[in-house]
Design a protein around this ligand. Sequence first.
Ligand code: ATP
Ligand code: MG
Length: 580
Amino acid sequence: MTPPAAGPAGTPDTRDAETGSDAPLDFIRTIVAADVAAQKHGGRVATRFPPEPNGYLHIGHAKSICLNFGVASEYGGTCNMRFDDTNPTTEEVEYVDAIQADVRWLGFDWGDRLYYASDYFEQLYGYAVRLIEQGRAYVDDLDAEAIREYRGTLTAPGRESPHRDRSAADNLDLFGRMRAGEFPDGSKVLRAKIDMASGNMNLRDPTLYRIRRAAHHRTGATWCVYPMYDFTHALSDAIEQITHSLCTLEFEDHRPLYDWVVREADAPSRPQQIEFARLNLSYTVLSKRKLLRLVADGHVSGWDDPRMPTLVGMRRRGYPPGAIRVFCDRIGMAKRENVVDVAALEHAVREELNRTSPRVMAVLRPLKVVIENYPEGQVEELDVINNPEDAEAGTRKVPFSRVLYLDRADFHEDPPKKFFRLAPDREVRLRCAYFVTCVGVVKDEQGEVVELRCTYDPATRGGSAPDGRKVKATLHWVSAEHALPAVVRQYERLFVDEHPGESREFLEALNPDSLEVIDTCQVEPSVAGAIVGTRYQFERLGYFCVDPESTGEQLVFNRTVSLRDAWAKIARATKMKTGG
Ligand code: ATP
Ligand code: MG
């Protein structure tokens, strides 16, 4: 079947539009398609993305966002944005705002369907009362430790609490007084009355409410009892008439409880929970607890450090949101946990940037070059191609003059065998400019090369020789007088271990060389005034993005990715689909 291109979720059909994917439906879309065909839920599709506002979103969340918004869009449904904000102590408004900005940046829109689980606190309380009235929940006086002890183990059944058989009237009275603040924190809980001998530990009378005197970011001090995750999540889904509640595999064992809650509370709808494998990436940590640790301990500059796998970090680094969507689509949906090679993400980023980013010339470590036979004071505006991958991108003017900068790495006084770039008496091409020959080398007192003397061939303007002679290298360059100073931050992977945290403490696997700051960069003048977030390919160097710390005097660039694409090679070798 062909799903509709864009539904009321107002999102692009990312699956097909961007990847041209005609792959068979994944197991989740297969279920959804069958439900729609069978008119289950009246043929309706309603999903939700339910982050807990206790940290910034990361690339793993992007997978969930693309799935939930994608499925809704493809089947003409809706996707709600819902904050699962039941834990008052770890949640902050900063995260609520950042999460919304991130989802929008990724390209999705929830319209007016923004919800908070905390908005349901009163309703949830009502469902708890109903469970008590029906003998399905009870107030327990056991403390946390005793509850754990009574719970049993995977091999031994649990024991029933001595308070399990309180009358409904007693339970209602006690629960009301819990809410009224009559009891200290931790002294009582409300528990579901299910089965202390169940093989599924989640069904051994799980806690539904606890007493907690903590201010909540939305409800303030209104409540001193807070509902637990499993209870809240299931009922929030049911209240919002969610049809397919898509979550990660660790909730598989919670599904019987999810179903119990919506059934026994006689909730207004019966959503279906379906679990999929969470995204794991090599050389990356994706646990919020670990990411928070990196920020709190100062191993990175913040949640938006360009080395972080957070969406704010990736945005600052220059990853285009479309590339992240393509990546999420390509990795697909699995029912088993696996680890995706981070090179596949970098590949998707490179692919998009190769198509879309204008080329400019920048020199990281300048080596001064004087063109001896070029007239003093003369400046030529040369036409340089903006993007060979995009015929419509046209050309720009780049000034050429007598004094230029080349990258130090492009010169060798005593070149090794396979070094074809500039060397004494050797001729090379300057991109879109002229052929130049190195005729002299100036050194300082330490013997360090500080300047090259070259000559140019005026007949090679534009970069080709009328006599057909060839050169083995084409170098990028900038005109010294016209170039703009810039700082470049180059990044390597944040971790040196493929699976950080597996064989040693994850912090021990931090890469000490993950950030290199180069403050000598000189960029061609066409980038003057570039706004934050603008992406370029620096010819022969990689893709770079303007950082928010740029000032009027000095641009700061983050290297988004290098040009070298290990993944394309792997994919070709194994004939994997790279979408290219
Ligand atoms: P963490 O375990 O790191 O704290 P979380 O799962 O608790 O993350 P939530 O804010 O609860 O974070 O996640 C919101 C949604 O995103 C959930 O539906 C969750 O299943 C999904 N999600 C979180 N991490 C991943 C991941 N790595 N891959 C796919 N989906 C994820
Ligand atoms: Mg969670």
